[in-house]
Design a protein around this ligand. Sequence first.
Ligand SMILES: Nc1ncnc2c1ncn2[C@@H]1O[C@H](COP(=O)(O)OP(=O)(O)OP(=O)(O)O)[C@@H](O)[C@H]1O
Ligand SMILES: [Mg+2]
Length: 327
Amino acid sequence: MSEIILKAEHLKKYYEERQGLFSRKKRINAALDDVSLEIRKGSIMGLAGESGSGKSTAGKTMLNLIKPSGGRVTFEGRQIFDADKGEYLDSGSMTALRQKMQIIFQDPSSSLNPKKNVEQIISAGIIKHRLCSGSQVRERCIEIMEKCGLDKRQMMRYPHEFSGGQKQRIGIARALAVEPSFIVCDEPTAALDMSIQSQILNLMLDLKEQYGLTYLFISHNLGVVEYFCDELAVMYRGKIVEQGKTADLFSSPVHPYTQLLLSSVPVSHPDEPRRHTESKPQDESIPKHGCRFAPRCPYREKRCTEQEPLLLPCGAGHTAACFHAVK
Ligand SMILES: Nc1ncnc2c1ncn2[C@@H]1O[C@H](COP(=O)(O)OP(=O)(O)OP(=O)(O)O)[C@@H](O)[C@H]1O
Ligand SMILES: [Mg+2]
């Protein structure tokens, strides 16, 4: 079994928000509520779930880009933070470690500085982390651009002069330029059309093989997740409800929410039956007790509204948090 590159334990991120537009009362939104995840070196771990389930919050908290409310993250055997003990890496060590941990964002347009040309965007990290001597920076930049399918003659151009797919290639080149070992890919192809999506995904797979990268791949497109990820964690309202090998989750999903998500994957022919029945839309509030999926769950039992189910083994390397599914 390969080594663990990133380990997140009991991660929590709570946001305070007003109860109404004119209300002074505040409530806590548990965007991330006790999430633990181990990512194997060289693998692609998928993180799926509907909008607002906490996927981006999980990715950014793991990279220490947003302050955690609780929990611990270890990267390549080194503790980045233990928020419960108030231990954080000092900013110098964190900056140095950032070289190894990168992120590619969903929307390439807003994640690239419009005032910088491509060379400046890609070379900023190389210069910051002093990865080569001054005279070699341009050469390194060209090398990365070519690897990412960009034309070196376009290095003086600005982001607005590129298509969506090209901008995402620039985003990937920027992440790759600093020689990372782990990249959080936050819906990297969601803003692109289908044909460009597959080009970018194939590029990311090629780069992963060439550079021995590890990805945390965030997506609500399950078709893409099935094709791309070795393992999958399904999130529902701040919690992981099922986790396992992607093939196992797709062939035998255990949690009713995973089943629901899979039922929304488009079928290839209109006569082909959907895999599962759909449930009513999401209720706004998270129940105070019990399973947070209970209000939508067709298999709800009495204890589902009283007790919170734990993530328990339901097969080899497969876990689910459901009283009905895991006896
Ligand atoms: N800066 C913030 N301030 C307050 N609440 C936030 C903030 N960022 C996220 N949230 C809340 O945290 C929850 C999880 O958000 P997050 O962006 O992680 O979801 P997501 O699964 O990535 O959704 P999407 O698929 O739409 O990108 C949501 O309820 C969101 O409103
Ligand atoms: Mg998101």
